[in-house]
Design a protein around this ligand. Structure first.
Ligand code: SF4
Length: 186
């Protein structure tokens, strides 16, 4: 029994280690936080130290960064992008706007609670969080991956009816039809 436990630990540890240092964000930003990304990824903070590298295609990415407020128009593309990404996939959200609407709480075309539409693994509060806060969020995500708690993609699959209901309420029935067409293309 003890032998099995140890073997399992040796097998799962490198696997989790590899997952935690292979975060590939899709090259797609929303809201004010987009401006924090160049210094985070390039020389001043050099996020590639943590095994991060932006990907042009969602098919090769496993990290979705929601970098600020989101209009309903953008939400459509964000959901489409998320559904085309690799699993396990993670969502990291920046700033107050995706949490509760923030500055745009009363706006007619901005969503107030990202969690109604997509599962978020790590929230970074602030308006707008600086690159140091973003890197803290990345470290937090790595800890969650290592501990096996970064399971937003599973929550999405298990509660798909809940997410689809909210998506339909905000984006309309046509959106779900369009989404099916994209699925069919993939
Ligand atoms: S939290 Fe502040 S900085 Fe971020 S998107 Fe909202 S208004 Fe912009």
């Amino acid at each position: 029994m003890e032998k099995h436990k140890r073997a399992k630990m040796w097998l799962t540890h490198p696997y989790k280690w590899g997952q935690k240092y292979s975060l590939w964000p899709v090259h797609f930003c929303t809201g004010c936080g987009a401006i924090e990304m160049p210094p985070t990824m390039l020389a001043p903070y050099d996020a590639s130290r943590f095994g991060m590298g932006p990907m042009a295609s969602p098919r090769q990415a496993n990290l979705l960064l929601i970098t600020g407020y989101m209009t309903t128009k953008t939400l459509k593309y964000v959901i489409r992008t998320y559904e085309q990404m690799l699993t396990p996939r993670y969502v990291l959200s920046f700033g107050s706007c995706p949490i509760d609407g923030g500055l745009y709480y009363t706006s007619y075309n901005t969503i107030n609670h990202l969690e109604w539409y997509l599962p978020v693994d790590v929230w970074i509060a602030g308006c707008m969080p600086r690159p140091e806060a973003f890197l803290m969020g990345v470290n937090r995500l790595m800890e969650e991956i290592e501990a096996g708690r970064a399971d937003g993609y599973k929550r999405y699959e298990e509660n798909i009816d809940y997410y689809r209901r909210n998506q339909e309420r905000t984006l309309g029935k046509e959106f779900l039809t369009e989404l099916k067409q994209v699925e069919w293309l993939t």
